[in-house]
Design a binder for this molecule. Sequence first.
Ligand code: FES
Length: 62
Amino acid sequence: MYICICNAVTDRDIQRAVEEGACSLNCLQETLAVSTCCGQCADNATACLERALHETQATATA
Ligand code: FES
């Protein structure tokens, strides 16, 4: 699912970035350019980031 239309960033892109070490919206902006154009996706990108961080932590502790 697309999270950032301006930069064609999907939830899978964000999940992959988190698995590779991204841990903040700033990190995602640097690596994927999410939320660097109109900014309308910032809330959804942050929610997706938090889900991905939670899933990554759950996988790491399983
Ligand atoms: S939708 Fe993400 S910057 Fe515009």
